[in-house]
Design a protein around this ligand. Structure first.
Ligand code: MEV
Length: 304
């Protein structure tokens, strides 16, 4: 029996601007997906009522990973069990984390010796096939962990940051929101173009302040980034309520993470304010959880 885990991710800065080749900073968090694989009579998933056959409609990511392994090795019977701390469909990279942890677990199980680059690449192919279009950010961060500058996929050092995540619980389609932003940019190319440039400058300035540990200034830059995300129409009343509630409770800065429209926001906090911020987000109608940035990408948890 082999268990592997892989992290979810947040955008500290730069979502949407990165679609236009501008700089963004994404970071792994300590919420992880765990995948256990063990020998079985056929290719199965562990379900609440017992093992079930893998269904391409119900388990598209796992199904597609297994199909990829069929090109690499003789895929014998295996049972795959998934447990995840990462809320699904909320912009925290839950599908990427499950995909990457499954690839690593099957890699060990079948002895296929994939490198981290191979794992990230296969993960991105799986997400692209399932979703139609997928950003390589989620699978890259989930594979390598730590803080990553996008689109160059340059790993920055590791900086321990305390984050409260607020989840609006509202689903939003990344594809739809990205296409709304593209339409806005087409109507106002120079205005939106300059906003994207400014978001990129925020990301680049943000890196310097993260590296010097000046989290007050990082928070200030997150607030400016949030204003610009609102200006391109990816905010929502629910997200704004959580953002302002977190700031009122003492967060150093807060903003949407991911595509927006629903999903999650993040609040950068000092230790002393963490539970206050988490409670305040709850009172404002969100689900909240405390996490920290993480340097750990995909990893084997145990073999028995
Ligand atoms: C979505 O998580 C982040 C976006 O920047 C889209 C992307 O990077 O592909 C909105």
């Amino acid at each position: 029996m082999i268990t592997c885990s892989a992290p979810g991710k947040i955008f500290l800065f730069g979502e949407h601007a990165v679609v236009y080749g501008k700089t963004a900073i994404a970071c792994a968090i300590d919420l992880r997906a765990h995948v256990t694989v063990e020998e079985a009579g056929s290719i199965q998933m562990k379900g609440p009522g017992g093992n079930i056959d893998i269904n391409p409609r119900k388990h598209p990511y796992i199904y597609t990973v297994v199909e990829k392994f069929k090109n690499l090795t003789d895929v014998s019977g295996v049972c795959i069990d998934i447990r995840s701390d990462i809320p699904v469909g909320s912009g925290l990279g839950s599908s990427a984390a499950v995909t990457i942890a499954t690839i690593k677990a099957l890699d060990i199980f079948y002895g296929t010796n994939l490198s981290l680059d191979d794992i990230a690449q296969m993960g991105h192919q799986v997400e692209s096939e399932v979703q139609g279009r997928a950003s390589p950010t989620d699978t890259f961060v989930s594979t390598f962990g730590g803080m990553v500058q996008i689109p160059d996929r340059k790993k920055l050092g590791y900086y321990d940051m305390l984050i409260v995540i607020g989840n609006t619980g509202k689903f939003s389609s990344t594809r739809k929101i990205v296409s709304n932003v593209a339409a806005l940019k087409e109507r106002h190319p120079s205005v939106i173009g300059q906003i994207m440039d400014t978001i990129s400058a925020i990301s680049e300035t943000g890196i310097e302040y993260i590296q010097t540990g000046d989290f007050h200034t990082v928070g200030e830059l997150m607030n400016i980034n949030q204003g610009l995300l609102d200006s391109i129409g990816v905010g929502s009343k629910e997200l704004s309520e959580l953002v302002y509630a977190s700031r009122k409770a003492g967060a150093l800065g807060s903003k949407i993470t991911g595509a927006g429209g629903g999903g999650c926001m993040i609040a950068l906090c000092e230790h002393k304010n963490l539970s206050r911020v988490a409670h305040s987000i709850k009172r404002a109608g969100g689900d909240s959880f405390i996490c920290r940035t993480s340097n750990s990408g995909v990893r084997a948890e145990g073999k028995s």
